[in-house]
Design a protein around this ligand. Structure first.
Ligand code: GLY
Ligand code: MN
Ligand code: MN
Length: 486
């Protein structure tokens, strides 16, 4: 990295730049300072169109406004987290902020100001373009010369379809505001500090719960994005299969890197740390170290999802025979998980209880475990005591969207006890995992883990599998792998 001659960030556009000592350039000469102020072209953009999700975000803000009349609502995008010195972790804006604006700018804050007519006026506070008349653009760590061009406030207003104001006025404006306020906590300590005597934990938690539940049903824009996330993910899985020989020669890291390349080129990132679990690592649910060997004859459990540039993520798992052919025992276990997953997917439809897909999937697995003599039946007894969990371990799915585990703050009655509605998107992902040290199963089972995970949209008359382009049935998986490696 290039070392910055960074002054303290100016408090305002007129603040003097403070020089830092002990650097290769201990001072900025008057002549250089004067030179850097002039001879820059006007690059203001014209003819911009609103981002495609602007209208959808406005509808979400309208729902938020209706829920909290007369209250000021504050939704920060969040700040960079330093990794060391002036190096930061990659920025990921807060999901609530993205959902309500479509914007992804660090440090930004959405504020809904209550109006006399019982609605709200929304505005986004953003850092404007860097000033050229005081050195900010080239001496400040967040100057555009270091981090890239920002939108001007006028440009941002067109793109977002919202009034945009200077971020540097946000904290003072909020500090001075009167009347009830709620803030989404956990993203911006500075904004929270400005509101500290106006908010309560309980009221802020209600806001977070409401915004989580607002994301339960996806609109057209979101469904198209999730489809795109699944389509890119399919291509990422194909990339991995084509290059499995390189993984065998190196490690699981080759698989992680291969999928990541697809995610970065087609999308924004991976939506979560890719789980590239070969052999017995498949029995560790969130295996993200990805530093193990990839061996012919074993299975690869790959759980990975591309996050689109608008930040919607897929969450897909396939369990693949590394050499292209399942052994008889691998196939028996795989086919049981497939049957379980199919029963789960079939239970996803409008009007069904959310829990139905979980129960349908678990029933199949319990029956298989009894049939194989691993647990004493009947299946009813196993399910009642949840004895199958020794090998099924996790719940059968979750809501999906901007977050891989979306809507996590929704109330139980709105989520796991809800009735499915068109527009909900959830994963169906049963698995069977026989730990390498599990003495309760025959030795040949030990070290085998299988999960199959798809992203399912509830439609008006049933469901649509957004990740159906990736084959699931064992014989189709083998044919697909053979075709890709031919
Ligand atoms: N990838 C994490 C999960 O499947 O929930
Ligand atoms: Mn997953
Ligand atoms: Mn999942």
């Amino acid at each position: 990295m290039v070392d910055q001659e960074t002054p303290e960030t100016p408090e305002s556009q007129d603040a003097p730049i403070k020089e830092r000592k002990n650097r290769l350039y201990p001072a900025v000469s008057d002549e250089l300072a004067a030179s850097m102020k002039s001879d820059w072209a006007d690059t203001e953009l014209s003819g911009l169109e609103p981002i495609p999700q602007a209208g959808y975000a406005a509808a979400r803000r309208a729902a938020l406004s209706a829920r909290f009349p007369g209250e000021r609502i504050v939704v920060p995008a969040g700040n960079l987290r330093p990794r060391s010195n002036d190096t930061d972790y990659p920025f990921r804006p807060a999901t609530e902020y993205v959902h309500l604006t479509g914007d992804q700018t660090q440090d930004a804050v959405l504020v809904l100001e209550p109006t006399a007519e019982s609605g709200h006026e929304a505005a986004v506070y953003l850092l404007p373009r860097s000033a050229r008349d005081n050195g900010e653009f080239w001496l400040d760590g967040q100057g555009e010369l270091w981090v890239g061009r920002r939108n001007s406030l006028t440009e941002a207003e067109t793109l977002l379809g919202l009034p945009c104001k200077d971020l540097r006025t946000a904290a003072d404006t909020l500090r001075e505001a009167t009347g009830p306020v709620r803030v989404v906590r956990g993203h911006d300590a500075g904004i929270e500090a400005a509101l500290t005597d106006k908010v309560t934990a309980e009221r802020d938690a209600e806001l977070t719960v409401f915004l989580s539940e607002l994301r339960l049903v996806k609109d057209e824009f979101e469904i198209a994005e999730l489809q795109q996330a699944c389509d890119s993910t399919t291509r990422g899985f194909e990339d991995v299969v084509r290059t499995l020989d390189k993984a065998e020669a190196t490690s699981e890291r080759w698989i992680e890197g291969t999928f990541f390349l697809r995610a970065r080129v087609e999308g924004n990132d991976v939506g979560y740390g890719s789980i590239c679990a070969a052999g017995p690592h498949a029995t560790t649910l969130h295996w993200v170290r990805n530093d193990g060997a990839v061996r012919s004859g074993e299975l690869l459990l790959l759980d990975a999802g591309v996050e689109t540039r608008s930040l919607y993520t897929a969450d897909v798992t396939r369990t693949l025979p590394i050499n292209g052919r399942f052994t008889p025992l691998q196939r028996k276990i795989y086919d049981a998980v497939y049957e379980s997953q199919q029963a789960g997917i079939d239970a996803v439809k409008p009007g069904a209880a959310y829990r139905d897909f979980h129960e349908a999937s678990q029933r199949v697995l319990a029956e298989k475990l009894v049939e194989w003599g691993l647990v004493e039946g009947p299946a009813e007894r196993v399910l009642e005591l949840a004895l199958q969990r020794r090998w099924t371990l996790h719940g059968t799915g979750h809501m999906l969207g901007l977050d891989v585990h979306d809507c996590a703050h929704a109330r139980t009655e709105s989520y796991v006890d809800c009735t499915l509605e068109p527009g909900m998107v959830l994963t169906v992902e049963p698995g069977l995992y026989f730990q390498a040290d599990d003495l309760s199963v025959p030795e040949e089972y030990r070290g085998i883990g299988v999960r199959i995970e798809d992203d399912i949209l509830v439609t008006a008359d049933g469901n649509r599998n957004l990740s159906a382009a990736l084959p699931r049935r064992s014989d189709k998986v083998e044919a697909w792998m053979a075709a890709l490696r031919a």
